[in-house]
Design a binder for this molecule. Structure first.
Ligand code: CP
Ligand code: NVA
Length: 321
């Protein structure tokens, strides 16, 4: 339960990080997403009369287009709000922006820099807030990724996911999801580029229940050994452009090349949240191989995000952990 700024008690829940959802709720998102994928017509008008504000402080292809299209497919409307479209860019606070938008719209999707900004929107507003990527996490991506892995492998508990590269927002959310879903995750990253320590701590606590193994190693070959899926992401995330040259050097041993990928299981799949940089974090042959499921991941963003909206906006009671 959350108390909004008018003092009402409301059963509003948010998706600020993947730890906001219980394993049961993630499975419920998968169930709804599967139904939406098979029977989109059943959900054609479920968001009729509802509007979602989309505050994007960073660029986006997949998140923006999949949310906007998904909302449209469910009969709702979306409002794309770029940095210069809001008074936020001229100093209005995050809290006031969230309070005002809550008087107009039914939900807010926000892509921001600081994790605290999206958390503050959730605290201050009175409508569900969904994190469309922050410097610390990318929960919508991880939900779509595990949905895709489940489609391909028919199960999740006990699978090994190797993540090679920067311990960034995507890595953090994959770790949170792995802990909840019983997936074993091995992250290979250079020293100083580890996933967020708080995320690791809480994921390790959650993993006690699911017996998921979470490990951080230095050698990509160690992470990839016996893996069912090998995942990587950009070496330089949005907002880190000034470090690009340095990062190219730091991560040069962390490319998912054909020879590295060959150390995973023969049946392994290659995953990437996209956008990809062929010749950097992944070689073109792996990216474009038959083992690559990156475009299935991208497609599944739309079904899983429609399911997240459905759960938060239309079934708020079952969305309460
Ligand atoms: N994977 C992902 O979130 O892509 P966009 O930055 O294009 O939204
Ligand atoms: N880690 C990347 C993910 C892009 C979807 C970034 O934050 O830029």
């Amino acid at each position: 339960m959350t108390k909004n700024n008018r003092g009402d008690i409301k059963a509003v829940r948010h998706l600020v990080s993947l730890s906001d959802l219980s394993a049961r709720q993630i499975e419920e998102v998968f169930r709804i997403a599967r139904d939406m994928k098979a029977h989109p017509d059943r959900y054609r008008s479920c968001l009729r009369g509802k509007t979602v504000a989309m505050i994007f402080q960073k660029p986006s292809t997949r998140t923006r287009v999949s949310f906007e299209t998904g909302i449209y497919q469910m009969g709702g409307s979306s409002l794309y709000l770029a940095p210069n479209d809001l008074q936020l860019g001229r100093g209005e606070t995050i809290a006031d922006t969230a309070r005002v938008l809550s008087r107009y719209v039914n939900a807010i999707v926000a892509r921001v820099f600081a994790q605290d900004d999206v958390a503050e929107m959730a605290r201050s507003g009175s409508v569900p807030v969904i994190n469309g990527l922050s410097d610390r996490s990318h929960p919508c991506q991880a939900v779509a990724d595990y949905f895709t892995l489940l489609e391909k492998k028919k199960r999740l508990p006990g699978l090994k996911l190797a993540y090679v590269g920067d311990g960034n927002n995507v890595a953090n959310s994959l770790i949170e999801g792995a802990a909840k879903l019983g997936v074993n995750i091995s992250v290979a990253c250079p020293e100083g580029y580890e996933p967020d320590p708080e995320v690791l701590g809480s994921a390790r606590r959650a993993a006690r229940k699911t017996h998921s193994k979470i490990e951080i190693v230095r050698k990509p070959s160690e992470a990839v050994r016996g893996a069912d899926a090998v995942y990587t992401d950009a070496w330089t995330s949005m907002g880190q452009e000034a470090e690009e040259q340095k990062r190219r050097l730091v991560f040069r041993e962390y490319q998912v090349s054909a020879s590295l990928f060959g150390r995973a299981k023969r049946s392994a799949v290659f995953m990437h949240c996209l956008p990809a940089h062929r010749g950097e974090e992944v070689s073109a042959d792996v990216m474009d191989s038959s083992a690559s499921i990156v475009f299935d991941q991208a497609e599944n963003r739309i079904y899983t995000q429609k399911a997240i909206l459905y759960l938060l906006l239309l079934q708020p009671d079952s969305a309460v952990a």
